[in-house]
Design a protein around this ligand. Sequence first.
Ligand SMILES: Cc1cc2nc3c(=O)[nH]c(=O)nc-3n(C[C@H](O)[C@H](O)[C@H](O)COP(=O)(O)OP(=O)(O)OC[C@H]3O[C@@H](n4cnc5c(N)ncnc54)[C@H](O)[C@@H]3O)c2cc1C
Length: 485
Amino acid sequence: MANYDFDIGVIGGGAAGLTVTAGAAQAGAKTLLIEKERKLGGDCLHYGCVPSKTLIKTAHVYHLMKISKDYGLPGVNPPPVDFRQVARRIKSVIDTIQEHDSAERFCKLGAKVEFGDPSFVDEHSLRLNGKTISAKNWVLSTGSSPSIPPIEGLAGTPHMTNKEIFYLDHLPKSLIVLGAGPIAIEMAQAFCRLGSKVSVVQRSNQILSKEDKDMADTVMEVLRSEGVTFYLNTSVLGVRDLGNEREVTIRSGANNKTQLRGEKILVALGREANVEGIGLEGLGIDASKKGIKVDKRLRTTQKHIYAAGDVTGQYQFTHAAGYEGGVVFTNAIFHLPRKVDYTFLPWCTYTDPELASIGMNEKAAEAAGEEYSVWTEEFKDNDRSLAEGERVGKIKMILDGKEKPLGVQIVGPQAGELLSEWVAILNGKVKLSTLASAVHPYPTLGEINKRVVGNFFSPKIFSERVKKGLKFFFNLKGRACGESA
Ligand SMILES: Cc1cc2nc3c(=O)[nH]c(=O)nc-3n(C[C@H](O)[C@H](O)[C@H](O)COP(=O)(O)OP(=O)(O)OC[C@H]3O[C@@H](n4cnc5c(N)ncnc54)[C@H](O)[C@@H]3O)c2cc1C
């Protein structure tokens, strides 16, 4: 049997790689983690979830200051935002979390951490910092990078991606956001709330294009009411640097050309898998910028080399990367044939209102040819929501032809938190009747989960047939007020 330096080698120290590394090292496998940056944590910690959610909170607080009168408080006109202070807060949150993702912590767990640029020399060995290192199994968890499409003039015009936007030294007066996915929309609202004039350019007819249009439109209308300008059905023809400003030429409709001007441009037009520079070509692994091809056990075409996280090009979320890391760990270390199942993988866009989703939405159900029904309940009918000053949003429950849940979407306050109950219900195959009869504390936003199920059961419980039966058996006298009284 070949004698390898390590049982498992992991390339990339983000959510996926850290999950495999922690599991493998704690299980007693001789584990190597290689990271090309100087710190562990990956995109989520340094350029993604953590800085974006920290910024969103800051923007939310500033927004609340500006609308204090809506809450019966004295009106205030807060001074302009000093973005250096905001960036400082972002950095301090990252630094705190960084301690949890430190090389020392992983060393204590039993893993060796190396920093550098690895390149495979054969299917079990790679070169790193002048050494050749071999491992029985390898895991590719190198993540993804912002995609920069070949828009005329873009390469020669200063622009930002998620790598720069959290580290600005001042708040831009104006920001043009190219794209309308979750990153684009979260940043559009946050910068608008902080005081930038924000425009969003989107090729299709809705923002957040994976979501159902009615849910995405709810988010868009709130952002629009706060001052974000949307250009839908619009393509970008070119970009120009004007010195103090940048110019973006857009076309909407048949040939309606317009020039937008802004201090900064944020490019948020999708992601590309980080597959280059690791020597994958020589291994015969099926990899492109769209992602590394894997089977359900997350094995590449080389069965001892796994891939997990954004680099697979599938569900590009931190929790998906963590989940996939766990699946790789089970397969590679315990040799248990565990397969990925994304049926009830949740996600959330952290705008205000948030938009959270699990399972199929209407778009997905239609695409799958499912017969389905939709049940809704609105936040304007939720007492806690009204007390909080939140009137916008709804929950949508999608049932299949046999009245089994296909999915749930929530647009409204704390939608991501509210979705957690559905994570347990759908993954645990809990009956809807159990949710309908479970007592929820009053007044909570969470009551909306119970109410939407109640809306499904009500017509059954209070049907004419049931009423007739009760009248007959218990000699009920009928309505005391209203039409037939
Ligand atoms: C602005 C923004 C906001 C986001 N918000 C959310 C959110 O709220 N919730 C959510 O679930 N997801 C969010 N995401 C997505 C989330 O950040 C990613 O899905 C997650 O980071 C993927 O983890 P990963 O381990 O696959 O990749 P990464 O976290 O990117 O880690 C990959 C690691 O590999 C390293 N690497 C790359 N190439 C090499 C190489 N050749 N050799 C060695 N190391 C290498 C990288 O330096 C990096 O450390 C957000 C993303 C962005 C950009």
